[in-house]
Design a binder for this molecule. Structure first.
Ligand code: ACO
Length: 438
């Protein structure tokens, strides 16, 4: 680390950061652990009567927890769950195996996996009264709204989720959440189409059961192409966790005031819904449609460079290299299109990517395709409408949120989330009666 340009100045020491406040000459050695200093230690310095703090909108350079779940090296484009590279998990595992890994820290043995799959299968049904809640939504309600409200409502059906310090109650509610997410998503989808709900079928695995709950019509037995089932499995694995992103931070923040799993994850669903986060894959498809044809790509790129448009599915807070998930998804696109036929929007996406990887605007800012750039194309090929895309992200992310929730509430260092502010408003004004206000 180089010297800071202005006072207070800092300099490197072996395992401490020495800080001297120029105005008073006050000095302190702050311990460096894991390349961080403890921000509360800065309070030792008092500046104009205020304890020194850091200002960090969007948590650009602030660690809020110690976590052993997901490792990302954004510069190198590395993503690992519990130390296992994402590409290996995507190639060899099922989503439920990965969910177990995130929750327990180890890949399951064959008998652990059998037990885990059986537990999830057992809890796939929704509480019957939840259907009344679903019926109350307008027919065109966004499925993420339905998901968010229904997951919050789970707490009224399973109040034992409040016993989150009891490992058994916690494990049961985590299993309930992971098991019920696809059912909820499928019901929200069919409600929007005024189609009757299809209940879970124990004879299918996690992903195929989801597909049959979504797409089963009058056929005796729904059968999905195994390549599509595998593509869904891979997408679920890739989306299962991504350390301290916006929605995980929302889950942890809401959990920090003593909330149950469902309330906390409902907040995560809300955060995920935003177009700068999980909503980006929906925005990518919209962008591709608006561009319309490959020959209009240069004009669109000019718009991005002059600030008139944003290249959705590009850029990432952490990855300053090709998002490793985007690489795997790009390969899945080919597999899926083999079954479904090629979506013409793919040509526009490939052309955009070509510009993105060579044009100085993107190169100098280190903007690369992220997980959302190609996922929407697969979802569309699988038959999902855009409003379901973020739902497809939320289903697998529930296992990551649950793992993060579990880690949070068992971490003795954690406290209620309560950031500081720098107050910039007026102070101690004289009250103005109504008739004196201009
Ligand atoms: N298109 C055009 N320019 C971009 C883009 C983009 N997609 N992303 C970043 N930039 C530019 C910014 O305008 C800024 O330029 P400047 O330095 O000239 O002002 C620079 O790159 C840095 O961007 P920031 O917005 O500061 O980066 P930040 O880390 O805050 O944002 C984010 C990351 C929100 C993901 C951003 O890249 C973005 O909006 N991308 C498009 C939306 C998207 O794809 N989101 C999905 C992310 S993955 C996920 O959440 C699962």
């Amino acid at each position: 680390m180089g010297a800071c340009p202005a006072t207070p100045y800092c300099q490197d020491m072996a395992d401490t950061l020495q800080i001297r406040y120029g105005t008073t000459g006050a000095e302190a050695d702050l311990a460096i652990t894991d390349a961080t200093i403890k921000a509360p230690e800065l309070r030792r310095f008092v500046i104009d009567g205020e304890p020194l703090a850091t200002y960090d909108p969007g948590f650009m350079n602030t660690a809020v927890c110690r976590s052993a779940i997901t490792y990302i090296d954004g510069d190198a484009g590395v993503l690992e769950y519990r130390g296992y590279p994402i590409a290996d998990l995507a190639e060899h595992s099922t989503y439920l195996e990965v969910a177990w890994l995130l929750l327990h820290g180890e890949l399951p043995t064959a008998s652990e996996l059998d037990g885990w799959e059986a537990l999830i299968t057992e809890h796939r049904m929704l509480p019957d009264k939840l259907k009344t809640v679903l019926a109350g939504f307008p027919y065109d309600a966004h499925p993420m709204t339905i998901l968010m409200a229904s997951v919050a409502a789970f707490f009224s059906f399973y109040p034992d989720a409040q016993n989150f310090t009891d490992p058994d109650a916690r494990a049961l509610n985590i299993a309930r959440l992971i098991a019920k997410m696809p059912t909820l998503a499928a019901f929200a989808y069919r409600k929007g189409r005024a189609q009757p709900y299809v209940t879970p079928d124990d004879s299918y695995g996690y992903c195929e059961n989801f597909l049959q709950m979504l797409f089963k019509k009058a056929e005796r037995r729904y059968a999905a192409d195994p390549r599509l089932v595998r593509a869904m499995e891979v997408l679920f694995i890739l989306h299962a966790d991504h350390e301290q992103n916006c929605s995980t931070n929302a889950v942890r923040s809401v959990a920090s005031s003593g909330n149950d799993l469902y309330t906390s994850c409902s907040a995560g669903i809300g955060a995920l819904h935003g177009p700068l986060h999980g909503g980006a894959n929906e925005a990518v498809l919209k962008m591709l449609r608006e561009i319309g044809t490959v020959d209009r790509v240069p004009e669109f790129i000019e718009g991005v460079k002059t600030g008139r448009a944003r290249m959705m599915g590009f850029g990432h807070r952490v990855y300053k290299n090709y998002d490793p998930r985007a690489k795997i998804i790009k390969k899945s696109v080919e597999d899926v299109f083999e079954v479904t036929g090629v979506n013409p929007l793919l040509q526009i996406a490939l052309e955009l990517e070509k510009y993105g990887l060579t044009d100085d605007y993107f190169v100098s800012r280190r903007l690369y395709p992220n997980v959302d750039f190609y996922s929407g194309l697969i979802y569309e090929a699988l038959g999902f409408p855009p409003e379901m895309f973020t739902v497809l992200f939320a289903i697998p992310r529930s296992s990551g949120w649950a793992a993060q929730y579990q880690e949070f509430i068992t971490d003795p260092e954690q406290k209620i989330a309560r950031p500081k502010q720098i107050y910039t408003g007026a102070r101690t004004r004289c009250y103005v009666p109504m008739d004196a206000r201009s």
